[in-house]
Design a protein around this ligand. Structure first.
Ligand SMILES: Cc1ncc(C[n+]2csc(CCOP(=O)(O)OP(=O)(O)O)c2C)c(N)n1
Ligand code: SF4
Ligand SMILES: [Mg+2]
Length: 296
């Protein structure tokens, strides 16, 4: 994409009504508003159980202006496939189908239907918002919960295992477009979703969405926490377009620069209250090695 979107040329039309049931400071709320602008009004959403179903609410008081199919937890990839097939059968052209699911609904329980759709190359965009736990049901650990994070199912030492790298798993299917984004950089997210609408077959967007309620920080710091994840190099913004990988936006600007210590990110959230110094050093080493690989 040649021209980057700025706040001045973002479409003015809102596809989300004012007011929603999300917690204040919800990172998902940011990407939902901006993401729908990128998808456009000729879009059908497919959404499994999650904080998004709560944020959207139910007809006739739903917060979204777009048609939305609420589906079972495991079936987003299959249901989006079916919606597109039905549109094709009716010869309805120019309608974008977008699956939009949480990290639990993507990295764990919905992975099989998403994997099948990617392998078949189904025509839809899949957006995973990653708040790094099953938030809607009270903060249970998911495959993408980071190591060391306390959740209601990892209450003492925090999660023992590393975060599952879902974009890499999806990229392994060889689909035409995979991108990572953050609620802290909504214009970068806008441009990536917009680009995805122009690319055929299955597209996957993975968005990091800070969650004040589940992560333990003041709701006014959502963007700050999201930026810290990028500035420490823990979360990397990139895109893989037709198999070509490249760092993007704020992460690209960090190349060959000194990253902030990961400790700053951990200390800003109560979910990491049990993290040990040795785990922090281990994570710092992993981040340094990863970024050394980007620079070479
Ligand atoms: C088969 C099935 N199991 C469990 C649930 C209960 N449930 C509803 S939302 C949810 C959490 C979803 O987590 P995630 O996908 O990460 O989205 P988030 O709530 O974090 O936004 C769970 C476990 C369900 N609706 N269906
Ligand atoms: S629990 Fe987290 S993700 Fe869910 S609505 Fe609240 S802030 Fe948003
Ligand atoms: Mg979640």
């Amino acid at each position: 994409m040649s021209e980057k979107t700025s706040i001045l040329n973002l479409p003015e039309e809102e596809l989300v009504h004012s007011g929603s049931r999300a917690c204040s400071g919800c990172g998902l709320g940011i990407i939902y508003r901006i993401g729908l602008k990128a998808l456009g009004k000729n879009t059908i959403l497919v959404v499994p159980p999650s904080c998004l179903t709560v944020l959207q609410g139910l007809y006739p008081i739903a917060s979204t202006k777009l048609p939305c199919l609420n589906v079972t937890f495991a079936s987003t990839g299959a249901a989006a496939t079916g919606v597109k097939a039905a549109l094709n059968a009716l010869n309805k052209k120019g309608i974008t189908v977008a699956g939009w699911a949480g990290d639990g609904g993507t990295s764990d329980i919905g992975l099989q239907s998403l994997s099948g759709a990617c392998e078949r190359g189904e025509e839809f965009i899949y957006i995973c918002y990653d708040n790094e736990a099953y938030m809607n049901t009270g903060v249970q650990r998911s495959g993408t919960t980071p190591q060391g994070a306390v959740t209601t199912t990892t209450p003492i030492k925090g999660k023992l295992q590393q975060k599952k790298d879902v974009p890499a798993i999806i990229a392994g299917h060889g689909i035409n477009y995979v991108a990572t984004c953050s609620a802290a950089y909504p214009l970068d997210l806008y441009d990536k979703i917009k680009k995805a609408t122009t690319i055929p077959a299955t597209k996957y967007i993975h968005a990091h969405t800070p969650c004040p309620s589940g992560w333990g920080f003041d709701p006014k710091y959502t963007v700050k926490i999201g930026r810290l994840a990028i500035e420490t190099g823990l979360y990397v913004l990139y895109e893989i377009e037709y198999s070509k990988w490249r760092l993007t936006g704020p992460s690209e600007k960090l190349l060959n620069k000194k990253l902030r210590p990961v400790r700053d990110y951990f200390e800003a959230q109560t979910r990491f209250k049990s993290i040990t110094s040795s785990l922090i050093s281990q994570v710092q080493k992993q981040v340094d090695e990863k970024w050394a690989g980007f620079a070479s």
